[in-house]
Each structure stands twice: as structure tokens, then as C-alpha cells.
Design a protein around this ligand. Sequence first.
Ligand SMILES: Nc1ncnc2c1ncn2[C@@H]1O[C@H](COP(=O)(O)OP(=O)(O)OP(=O)(O)O)[C@@H](O)[C@H]1O
Length: 260
Amino acid sequence: MLDIKDLTIEFGGLRAVDKFNLSINDNEIIGLIGPNGAGKTTVFNAITGLHHPTSGVIEFNKKDISMMKPYLVTKNKIARTFQNIRLFGSLTVLDNIKISYSYSIGYNLFDAVIKSHRYRRAEKEIEETSLEILKAFNLYDDAYEYAENLPYGKQRMVEIARALAAEPKLLLLDEPAAGMNPQETKNLSELICWIRDKFDVSILLIEHDMKLVMNVCDRIAVLDYGKKIAEGTPDEVKNNSKVIEAYLGDCGEEEAAIYA
Ligand SMILES: Nc1ncnc2c1ncn2[C@@H]1O[C@H](COP(=O)(O)OP(=O)(O)OP(=O)(O)O)[C@@H](O)[C@H]1O
């Protein structure tokens, strides 16, 4: 479904991503890991149209999306979450979800102004589907709460739910466990597998929590200084000497602990 071929991204003199290759198949959960500054978010930004490649190609279902604008990437069924939560804090949880439907809305401005039958029908459908998604995420009771009033873990859930409301075939999660407590992280592991099955999506996951990555991913790609240094099953990656070196050399005890 997704084919990244020789992706290189430079910022001035800095090569943040260097001839990176990765393929993702239907319904796979793939981890993208690496020490801080390895280039992981830059890869996400390239897939979602926020950065364009210096060279290389990104194909989604055989279509070249390398130079696409972000809203068109979303329209083409790729959705993402961000490292720093980007909800509209002063909107309700429900409105945050409904916003995702602006990509597929079936009425025009005139319909909205005169509140035509088409407008009312579409809005009703959007509201019902959004509430269904919130129900699936156990957030139904929070639907009319302002997003900024929710605890951090729940805000992350709303962000994932909002991304799914865009009906993606590929979901990119950028450090979804950041700021979560151990119980929330454990629940998140189960949720990620459930999302893959229930919404029939592939998932590309950036995450520093190694336990989570090792638990949920079918395959893992490892970046270091912009280059892919390893790719394989969790067990293969865990035992790869280049990976151990990159983490022990760069990341300190927390991440290195998985190799202990
Ligand atoms: N817009 C930008 N302009 C200049 N340099 C950038 C830009 N975005 C990223 N970089 C640099 O590119 C390199 C890769 O950054 P990136 O954020 O992709 O790493 P990362 O693996 O996601 O790191 P982390 O795990 O800390 O989030 C870093 O050296 C970073 O400083």
C-alpha cells in the first residue's frame, strides 16, 4: 500500500533522512523507531505532505504522493496524529471529531446558508457517525465536554479517534504513548491492535516506549542519523547489534533497558 523509495530530505546542509526505503502492506502495524533526532517525524511529515522530498518517491496504492498538499494526502486516506496533541481545546470533543468530515462533506456553502435538506441530512449523518466513533473509544460520555478539560490520556484518544474519522487506510501515530501512565500505555497497546482490526487500517507508529513497540508491531524499521540501520520482526530488531549500539550509544538507560 505504501512504498517509500530512496526518500532523502535535507534542511539546508542537514540530511535529516537519507535514502530511506520502507514498504507497508494492508493491515500491518509497523514501528518506526530510533534515537532522538534520527529523522522519524521528518518521515511522517514527508508522507503527509508537510515536507516534500529532496529526492526519492512516496507512493500510496501506486500513486505518487510525494508532492501532494497535506489536505489532499488526507483525502487520499492517510491520517495522522501529532507528537504534541493538536486538538481544538475550546471545541467540544464531538466537534473535534466532526471536523474530520470536512474532507468528505456532501454539501456546499449555499446549502449551509439556507440549511437545505441536503445540509441537514449530511450534518445528521456526520453527528451520528461521530458519536459512534466516540462510543467505540469509550468517549461517548465526554462528547459535549470541551477537549481542553479532558485528562491528557483521553485527549490522546480523541486525537486518534479524530484521525480515524477521516476514514484512513493508513494511520500514522506519532508517539501516542507520550505522557501516558503505565496502565494507559497498556490499554493503548490493546487499542492499537483493536483499531487495526475494527477499522481495517495499516498503522505506522513512532514510539519511544519499547515495550509497546515490541508488543504490537508486525515489523519494525530503525532509523539512526536519517539512515535505516535495521528492519525486521521485533525479535530480529531487538537482537540486532547495530540497533543495540545506536541505542546504547545515544539514548541512555530508558530505551537501552530493553536490551538488558
Ligand atoms: N523543519 C526543520 N528544519 C531544520 N531542521 C529540521 C527540521 N525538522 C527536523 N529537523 C532536524 O532533522 C533531524 C531529524 O529530526 P526529526 O524530528 O525527524 O527526528 P525524530 O527522530 O523524530 O526525533 P525525536 O524522537 O526527538 O522526535 C534533527 O536533526 C532535526 O533537528
